[in-house]
Design a protein. Structure first.
Length: 219
């Protein structure tokens, strides 16, 4: 799972536009080594390409098998990436909350049927843009390769960490590690989705949570 980036500042009430300053803050959090004026110029150019989107819980932003054609900036809410097997069982891959940028970052992601789906967990407010226009706009300002490398590095780091945890830690340790890395999400992700991500059954995770609560009360 990728760490959520710096949360986007709340938009003024009734204002559905993505302010350039909001986009600049997000890009600066992802690319802190780049000059601020360069990022600000790109944000000024790219912000108008985003439109607001409000989505209810359990709604599809991308279905497995579709071609991924949109970039998302999450203002509020929570979404998940997941695989679906031949029997219809879902396996959660990542969770993303406020301040996250989600877009296809490799050619296979934007040109071939997606290997995974993206659905909301909570009611979600986000800004959405055409992913090809997003890449082109960033490239015009010399930022796409920089951002692509950063997002790929985060993706790989998260994947390696999760593989390590699944192989080296028991269920309780995996649950505790998730809570330490993502304290704002441990209580928000529904039991069945978190259990899937942690490689556990929801019954086992529920038992762990009850035991933790019992120990906390006994102290």
């Amino acid at each position: 799972m990728s760490d959520p980036s710096t949360p986007l500042a709340a938009a003024p009430p009734g204002d559905g536009a993505l302010a350039p300053q909001q986009l600049a803050a997000l890009l600066a959090s992802l690319l802190p080594h780049l000059p601020v004026d360069r990022i600000a110029a790109a944000a000024q150019h790219l912000a108008p390409r985003f439109r607001p989107l409000q989505v209810p819980p359990k709604a599809a932003l991308l279905r497995q098998g579709e071609v991924w054609q949109r970039a998302f900036l999450i203002q509020s809410g929570l979404i998940r990436m997941h695989f679906v097997d031949r029997e219809g069982h879902e396996f959660n891959k990542n969770f993303y909350a406020e301040g996250s940028l989600i877009c296809p970052i490799a050619p296979a992601m934007w040109s071939q049927p997606s290997l995974f789906g993206i659905h909301t967990i909570e009611a979600t407010r986000c800004w959405v843009a055409d992913a090809a226009a997003w890449r082109t706009g960033l490239d015009e300002h010399g930022l796409w390769r920089e951002l692509q490398a950063e997002l790929l590095a985060r993706l790989l780091t998260g994947k390696l960490q999760r593989e390590h945890d699944l192989m080296a830690l028991d269920g309780r340790q995996r649950y505790q590690a998730f809570g330490q890395r993502f304290p704002g999400l441990a209580g928000r992700v529904p039991l069945k989705h978190l259990a899937s991500f942690l490689g556990m059954t929801d019954v086992s995770l529920s038992r762990l949570r009850r035991a933790d609560k019992a120990r906390a009360v006994a102290r």
